[in-house]
Design a protein around this ligand. Sequence first.
Ligand code: GLV
Ligand code: MN
Ligand code: MN
Length: 422
Amino acid sequence: MSGTVAPNAVAAVSEARQWDRLMQMAKLGAIPGDGVNRACLTDLDRESRRLLISWAEPLGLAVSVDAIGNLFLRMEGTEPALAPVLTGSHMDSQPNGGRFDGIWGVIAGLEAVQALREAGVTPKRPIEVVAWTNEEGGRFAPGCMGSMAYAGFRPVETWDAIADKDGLTFGAELAKHMALEADIPRRPLGVVEGTAPFAYVECHIEQGPRLEAEDLEIGVVTGIQGSRWFTVDIHGKSDHAGTTPLRLRKDAMQDMIRAVTALNAIMHDPEDVLRFTVARLEVSPNSSNSVAERVRFSIDLRHPDGDVLRRKGDAIEAVVKAALTTCTATVTETFHAMPIAFDRLVRDAVERAARAQGLGTLRLASGAFHDAQFMSRLCPTGMIFVPSRGGVSHHPSEYTAPDQLAAGARVLAAVLADLAER
Ligand code: GLV
Ligand code: MN
Ligand code: MN
């Protein structure tokens, strides 16, 4: 790539257009307090995909979808047979989510590609913008299903029977979604011969406080800590709350409290590096005057050290079972993502681009998981972070200013121009 091509593309990034698109997307699933609730494979998810496509088609990007609903927008390269450079993120949100988590990575990808087009740049390699299906795992747990399936970690059918809170299964909702998108051309799922990406770059808000605290514009992400998710089912017996003596009960709620207390004890980390979260609870029959027969709760466990994550996660089942007094329990692991370190190819390209644009950079690891975690098995992978106000995310008040997001998209444009010319 000549020395002037990337600067022209960088200059063509439009802060106003990117912000306007984000605000249009934020209307799809808007909730009070500037938040968004756009669960995967819902009508809102489909509306957001159609809106994205309506912006991509006039640019001549080829639209396609794979068997798990991952959506791709492809800008052809001058050498179409070369492995593409992939960029993107997800368009689903948390149930009480913000306007930027995920969606910005997709919109930034489109903005960068549009800027290349407007600058008259057609790199050697194709560039594909991807929107991964179900990154958040808020409706169907776990998250990152689209990228896991694409990267060959699990077959699509793995999650068919997983139900949302209304009892609708992922398999049935995916089939419905694919039928409603029947007009969009299909592509094979994942890597078939010769289609492994050359590199993957994901833009994302930091979701933590460091860039803001250090007054720096760009996070150069070095890797992602590991995460394991578990579902714990406590099985007891329902009884009358007024008549059944405590000594005769099998109270799943009381045993759940014992189990969580015992888990808190083994997960205690004086250095506050380990993240242990119980945040989802289902109780049956969920009636004030019936003893709980079944309690299901979620565990989200994270640590940057794979050994600690393995040890603590592997201990969960025994600790839960030992804490029970009258009930039984089953513990199921639903998500397993080991810590990863990103390759230097993308990291260095991000750093070079940011410095060339006079932006301050910080190398940091991600505490949140991302689709990039799974892509890193397939190809050199990296991420570009921009600051999150107050470090807040997974909340309606999540905020990054238009100029901060534009800075991230400009770095992405330069990185794509660089990688796609190699
Ligand atoms: C992704 O949203 C995560 O929970 O880290
Ligand atoms: Mn995200
Ligand atoms: Mn998220």
